[in-house]
Ligand binder design. Structure first.
Ligand SMILES: Cc1cc2nc3c(=O)[nH]c(=O)nc-3n(C[C@H](O)[C@H](O)[C@H](O)COP(=O)(O)OP(=O)(O)OC[C@H]3O[C@@H](n4cnc5c(N)ncnc54)[C@H](O)[C@@H]3O)c2cc1C
Length: 473
């Protein structure tokens, strides 16, 4: 990385993982860096909380291993020995009347082998045969289409049942997005172009799965992903970075810096840019109608869960009306460190589960349980959902501790056209990275999940690339 110009003063707005990663690279290259974070702690959506005396993740709990980007940062911070892999058992899927393991060959729920036994078990022989038509039908009508949604493509290639039963629980539970709104190139980069080359969506899924590195698709850190934030914060302080928490930046013109990094969500970035770059007026980021997500984490005493009856968790199809949660992570089944920590503090037979609420199908007229619901409503719903999700009768008296955490704007809109809007905004900034009414010469960059895509595997390398560009300009 190029050394920073000697006088370089950088203000980083937003102390999530994007801002912290960029700040560290910038400071190590000699820039004088100040981080401003609106919240009371650093890390943004990578956050810890303590349940029944055990510290665990309240936000992101893992990173994707399809590239080495996150691993590299972890190694740079000296945390390589803390990397852990999940229980390979995998998650299950709940559709009306049936709970079964997620098909092994799928990507975003789209089966790589539509006729596989685990697919036929979930959707039936007729829908599997319809899905298999994808293997033979021409893809020509899709050539030249630039921003298809996952739903459009998968419905055409494999039929509605595949989308509604297999894809929708994953896009809803993982991306908080309706498959018919979700930009395919954002959700699964390379899948659409691979389909055009292979002449089949299923073969494209197979190709991308085969290209993925061996081993588990995600990993984490012993003690949870928040360990990464602890290490970054320590490294920033050691590198002489000035950190302000509880400091919401409301006007960029007040910041004494010659380089600015906006590592905040998309709507917040546009709000901050509006007064200084009026030509961006009219640019907008939709929140994709997600309205945020609410998580209910619970520690339960339920020795029946020791056998992990539903693998590492459960995704729930929107058509399952008797369960309010859209997904459940059985964190102590997934991560051995979490199970060990619970046993050390509470003894055997204890489990950590996390249920998420907030469906994208919610409307103001017919809200289901979600971000807007009260803690009492969410806790009651989670207690009622838990036995159904696990298949084990767990009574309220077995719940030893619980916490409700809400995340707003933490997951960017991934609707069709989002990528183009990001490119346009970044392009506009690169052409005029100058605060006309601010200090002479101040230049502006953006980083974070609204610009790079959801997930640490996208946010971290993008933030590092942006930091490198900031040093060159
Ligand atoms: C519940 C949940 C679970 C997730 N699970 C995973 C997972 O398992 N694996 C994975 O890879 N990804 C996961 N993600 C996604 C991942 O956490 C995010 O993509 C990533 O952490 C985003 O980092 P960021 O720095 O871009 O944004 P954020 O973490 O949102 O940080 C932005 C920061 O900017 C601050 N801010 C905003 N406005 C201002 C202002 N005006 N002034 C100062 N500060 C401001 C905010 O307070 C915030 O701290 C999850 C996300 C959520 C919400």
């Amino acid at each position: 990385m190029a050394p920073a110009p000697r006088t370089s003063r950088v203000a980083v707005v937003g102390g999530g993982i994007a801002g912290l990663t960029a700040a560290w690279d910038l400071a190590r290259s000699g820039a004088e860096v100040t981080v401003y974070e609106a919240g009371s702690r650093l890390g943004g959506a990578v956050a810890p909380h303590v349940l029944a005396g055990v510290r665990c993740d309240a936000g992101a709990e893992a990173f994707a291993t399809r590239t080495t980007a996150v691993r590299q940062l972890i190694e740079d911070l000296g945390l390589a020995e803390q990397v852990v892999s999940p229980n390979p058992a995998g998650a299950w899927l709940q559709i009306p009347g049936l709970a079964a393991p997620l098909p092994a060959t799928g990507l975003l729920g789209i089966p790589g082998d539509p006729q596989a036994e685990d697919v036929r078990r979930l959707i039936g022989a007729e829908a599997a045969a319809r899905a298999a038509q994808d293997l033979h039908r021409p893809v020509d009508q899709w050539r030249g289409v630039s921003s298809p949604t996952v739903g459009q493509v998968a419905r055409d290639r494999m039929g509605d049942v595949v989308v509604d039963a297999l894809v929708s629980p994953i896009t809803s539970g993982v991306h908080s997005a309706d498959p018919d709104e979700l930009d395919m190139n954002t959700a699964a980069p390379g899948l659409f172009s691979a389909m055009l080359e292979e002449g089949s969506l299923a073969r494209a899924v197979q190709r991308l799965k085969a290209q993925a590195p061996a081993g588990s698709a995600v990993q984490s850190l012993h003690g949870g992903m928040a360990t990464l934030v602890d290490a970054l914060e320590a490294a920033l302080r050691q590198a002489g970075v000035t950190i302000h928490v509880n400091h919401r930046v409301t006007d960029l013109r007040g910041l004494a810096a010659d380089r600015l990094l906006l590592a905040v969500d998309g709507p917040a970035a546009l709000e901050l840019l509006g007064p200084v770059l009026p030509q961006l007026e009219g640019e907008g980021f939709s929140d994709g109608g997600t309205g945020g997500v609410a998580l209910v984490s619970m520690v339960v005493h339920a020795p029946e869960l020791d056998a992990h009856p539903r693998g590492t968790g459960m995704l729930v199809a929107p058509s399952v009306t008797e369960i309010g949660a859209k997904a459940m992570s059985h964190a102590s089944a997934k991560w051995a460190w979490a199970a060990d920590a619970l046993t050390a503090v509470l003894g055997s037979g204890h489990h950590l589960v996390r249920l998420s609420y907030g469906r994208i199908t919610d409307t103001p007229d017919s809200p289901t349980l979600g971000f807007q619901s009260s803690d009492e409503q969410l806790l009651a719903a989670a207690a009622a959902d838990l036995p159904q999700l696990t298949g084990v009768p767990i009574g309220p008296e077995q719940i030893l501790d619980a916490d409700v955490v809400r995340w707003e704007r933490a997951l960017p809109a991934a609707s069709a056209g989002h990528l183009q809007r990001v490119q346009q905004l970044r392009q506009a900034l690169s052409q005029q990275r100058q605060l006309p009414q601010g200090e002479a010469g101040t230049k502006i960059w953006t980083a974070g999940s609204w610009f790079a895509g959801t997930g640490l595997a996208r946010v971290i390398p993008d933030a590092r690339a942006v930091a490198a560009r900031m040093l060159e300009n």
